[in-house]
Ligand binder design. Structure first.
Ligand code: SF4
Ligand code: SF4
Length: 374
């Protein structure tokens, strides 16, 4: 029985390389020697566009991930130019912002990417796990603002730091990192704003660096003060009728709990949720074609997307063949048609016992793949 929407990708994400200048503790990207060529990526883009004309789901956006995609500036330049030529829109270009050796190199590469027409969002992964130097992040962001002429084209994506005792938001380490974020905001000429509109100047950071209220750890926020965006006065003063000139500083901060893979030390913590995940048929990280550096294509950017059970085929197989694979392979079908919540109920009825309950749907997906329960 199909309860879900089925697999209908609307976006292409290219991961041109698995290489990265950082080595984050929570990274799950395979560091193989494979590198995606711009020619193959563009040919696949064309095949997807032709497929849409023949009745397959329309791919409308292009994004970039990795590894560190800025280690392949030629790839970015060529594929962005091709996407602009074809009238495609952009989603996020992910980066750790820390891949450059000199400011000259940084400005040159960012300038090329902006000049060739990238007008999507720069997704900056910045948190205690990445451990970037704040001063270098400031230089990176200012160079991006200069290259694009806007101060509102970046999002910070951030995994909450962990205390010694576990992944509790509000742990000392997390509060220290939020204080770091507040300092970054100041160095950019803005301030860190918290959920509910409280700002650093209202004393919110004081509560961040002080003892965490018991309610803060319980609610997953800082006593109702979860960091939400970096913003300046110019942006705050903006009116809806003002021109969209990108003059005001606005950087949304999106924070997530740490995810654990099925085979990873620490996954027991992720299996101790009070309630099961909400089955959304992978609406957030799904409905896209994620092209790995070796040309393998997964149906999502969820962290299990390197599992063989989720690989639909190779870009050289073509869009139509990949769509047929998505309709045939058990794990993509379980995710997009049956729903992993229903799959869980099926397995439970068949006597399968899980390590606990998890709120992380991708961990559940990863665990199913690791156990061959597809
Ligand atoms: S920056 Fe991203 S790709 Fe690089 S090591 Fe960290 S998590 Fe992995
Ligand atoms: S549940 Fe599986 S298919 Fe869905 S987004 Fe997560 S890893 Fe991808």
């Amino acid at each position: 029985m199909s309860a879900g929407p089925g697999f209908k990708p609307s976006e292409l994400i290219f991961a041109p390389t698995g290489r990265c200048n950082l080595a984050c503790a929570h990274c799950r990207v395979a560091r193989g020697a494979a590198e995606l060529s711009a020619e193959e990526a563009i040919a696949f883009m064309d095949d997807c566009l032709a497929g849409a004309e023949a009745g397959l789901p329309a791919v409308e956006r292009v994004g970039f991930s990795g590894g560190e995609p800025f280690l392949r500036p030629d790839f970015l330049e060529a594929v962005i130019a091709a996407a602009v030529d074809r009238g495609l829109l952009f989603d996020r270009l992910m980066t750790n912002g820390d891949w450059w050796a000199t400011e000259g190199e940084l400005r040159r590469i960012l300038g090329r990417v902006a000049d060739v027409g990238f007008d999507g969002v720069l997704g900056l992964s910045y948190d205690a796990f990445h451990g970037q130097d704040r001063g270098r992040v400031e230089i990176f962001l200012k160079a991006w603002f200069e290259a694009t002429g806007r101060r509102d084209g970046v999002e910070i994506l951030s995994v909450r730091a962990e205390g010694e005792g576990g992944a509790e938001p509000g742990s000392l380490e997390d509060r220290a990192w939020v204080a770091e974020l507040s300092r970054l905001a100041e160095s950019l000429g803005g301030e860190l704003e918290f959920a509910g509109g409280a700002a650093a100047s209202d004393g919110a950071v004081g509560s961040v660096v002080g003892p965490a209220p018991a309610s803060a750890a319980a609610s997953g926020s800082y006593g109702g003060a979860e960091p939400q965006r970096i913003v300046d006065e110019a942006r705050r003063r903006r009116k809806p009728a003002d021109p969209d000139d990108g003059a005001g500083l606005s950087i949304p901060v999106l924070r997530f709990p740490r995810s654990y893979g099925a085979d990873e030390a620490g996954s027991a913590r992720a299996w101790s949720a009070q309630a099961w995940f909400e089955d959304d048929y992978c609406e957030g990280p799904g409905q896209l074609l994620y092209v790995h550096p070796d040309g393998g294509v997964a149906p999502c950017c969820g962290f299990a997307n390197e599992r063989p059970e989720l690989i639909l085929g190779h870009i050289r197989d073509g869009y139509a063949a990949l769509m047929k694979a998505a309709a045939r392979l058990p794990q993509p079908r379980a995710c997009y048609e049956l729903g992993l919540g229903a799959r869980r109920a099926e397995l439970e009825a068949a006597g399968v016992r899980f390590p606990g309950k998890t709120a992380d749907i991708c961990l559940f997906c990863d665990w199913l793949c690791s156990k061959g329960l597809n």
